[in-house]
Design a protein around this ligand. Structure first.
Ligand SMILES: [Zn+2]
Ligand SMILES: [Zn+2]
Length: 263
């Protein structure tokens, strides 16, 4: 079994279950290590509906340290932090001092549009799909370039509801992003939550995973669990995806230092 590096808790206001329940779920399945990656708090008022407040962060951290008891599965302190214009103001001073094992960088908004939010899905119907993806990858490029994150989460998230550019356009857009990720030593997350969404596919697609493999970008696995039953969700399919792309190793991380392990 592979580690699951993307688990939310009830603190983000849209997931169920506490740290202990997620850990029991992982233990039942024989998952060797889990990393909590709840949405980053942000004092500048960005998307408060989907995240803990800065005041709640100490209880997030304490809850995780309480289950770091040396018994398997190992538990890591992580965070899923959104990249958006200006996020560096808070994150660059706050992130390094919190003792994180893993910081996953994600993009869920384009110019204030929560493009993966079911309540804002209708906006896709009148959007230029290819231009939207292009704008999305521009934001991801800034995420990569800011140097604050260890890996990129669900890299092709805009496919969630099935709106996609052509393969050719997508390749043109994603290649330069992957080049920059490789140069920056960033990892890529294979995220199985897409299997639970209308698109019915792991993020990112086999084509992107192959392009990442060609560039030597290290891979990790996340269920993006929002309830304890999601932990390790269909990781066998994610393992197949990684192997088919040619991966023979994946990364584990501690104190933000990656180490490769055999897949
Ligand atoms: Zn996310
Ligand atoms: Zn997530």
């Amino acid at each position: 079994m592979l580690p699951d590096y993307h688990i939310h808790t009830a603190l983000c206001k849209h997931a169920q279950g506490g740290v202990g329940e997620y850990r029991s779920g992982a233990k039942k399945q024989g998952i060797p290590e889990i990393c909590f990656a709840d949405h980053a708090p942000n004092p500048d008022g960005y998307d408060p509906a989907h995240r803990m407040t800065l005041n709640q962060f100490p209880s997030y951290k304490a809850g995780i340290s309480m289950v770091q008891d040396g018994e398997p599965p190992g538990v890591l302190l992580g965070l899923e932090a959104d990249y958006y214009e200006g996020c560096e103001r808070f994150l660059s001073s706050w992130l390094p001092d919190q003792g994180f094992d893993f910081v996953l960088g994600s993009v869920h908004f384009i110019n204030g549009w929560g493009f993966d939010n079911p309540e804002e899905r209708h906006i896709w119907d009148s959007a230029d799909v290819t231009a939207t993806w292009r704008r999305y990858f521009e934001v991801v490029t800034r995420l990569v370039d800011c140097g604050l994150f260890d890996a990129v989460g669900h890299l092709d998230l805009p496919k969630k509801f099935g709106y996609r550019p052509s393969d050719r356009d997508l390749k043109d857009m994603v290649r330069p992003v992957l080049d920059r990720m490789a140069r920056a030593g960033m990892g890529i997350e294979l995220n199985t939550s897409g299997l639970r969404k209308p698109v019915g596919e792991i993020y990112p697609s086999p084509m992107i995973v192959s392009l990442a493999r060609e560039r030597g970008i290290p891979v990790c696995f996340g269920s993006d669990a929002h309830s304890p039953g999601d932990v390790g969700d269909r990781f066998a399919l994610a393992l197949d995806l990684a192997r088919e792309a040619g991966y023979t190793e994946y990364f584990r991380i501690r104190q933000r230092k990656k180490e490769l392990a055999v897949l």
